[in-house]
Design a protein around this ligand. Structure first.
Ligand code: MG
Length: 235
């Protein structure tokens, strides 16, 4: 089976700051175990440094697709590089965001993100600064997620990430395919996975039209993973 998993909000609850979203050690062990039996990839908007900060060392059997598909790793090893554009100089943007307390600017490979989970002011103000900057430096893609705005210059979206991953590692005919994610960015992947005959799973309160299955929270994600693993054993 090919198992593709978003990280934040799917494998770990959303934290006030992205750097605080650490994986539970027992759950990491479970994921490592799964990655020995299945081809398991974590598909994240984070780059590898930011991912390692919350996940720690990546087991050798596990894949990580970073920055919305810009790079693909197996364990520590970079096995695919699809980075195709650079992030512009962000110093002006940083300057403009300086007075908005709680707003966090994150520069990554091929994209940047503005997190405003901890911002208590008018969110439209943040969006205005963001879109004004984009007018001067148009990205390939813009994604509005949960309290995060992302501009993608050198990556793609998670749909392309899924495609690139499957092209790189291959998928046997009729091999089962599952994707689980919780945010706007994951909808691209869910659409792609469904197109490929896989299971599209969304984590949240309401099932979007792109998904086949709805899970309510992170706890349910782990229960679901355990159940599909068990079912695969029994085949
Ligand atoms: Mg997420």
């Amino acid at each position: 089976m090919v198992i593709l998993l978003d990280y934040d909000g799917t494998l770990t609850p959303i934290a006030p700051k992205p750097s605080e979203a650490r994986i539970d050690p027992e759950r990491k062990e479970f994921l490592e175990e799964l990655s020995r039996r299945h081809r398991l990839a974590i598909v994240t908007g984070r780059d590898m440094d930011s991912f390692r900060e919350v996940f720690g060392e990546v087991p050798e059997t596990m894949y990580v697709v970073t920055s919305h598909g810009a790079k693909i790793y197996r364990g520590k090893k970079l096995i695919g590089n699809f980075l195709n554009g650079e992030v512009p100089d962000l110093s002006k943007l940083r300057e403009r965001l300086k007075d908005l307390e709680g707003v966090l600017l994150e520069e990554k490979e091929g994209c940047f993100a503005i997190h405003y989970r901890e911002y208590r002011g008018d969110e439209e103000k943040v969006k205005k600064v963001f879109y004004e900057f984009l007018r001067e430096h148009p990205p390939k893609k813009v994604i509005e997620g949960k309290k995060v705005l992302e501009a993608i210059y050198g990556g793609f979206d998670k749909g392309t990430a899924v495609e690139n991953f499957l092209r790189l590692v291959g998928r046997k005919p009729d091999e089962e395919l599952v994707y689980i994610g919780d945010d706007t960015t994951d909808l691209f992947a869910l659409r792609k996975v469904r197109e490929l005959g896989g299971k599209a799973v969304f984590v949240g309160e309401k099932k979007p039209p792109e998904a086949d299955i709805l899970l309510k929270d992170v706890d349910e994600v782990y229960k679901f993973l355990a159940s599909i693993d068990k079912a695969a054993h029994q085949k």
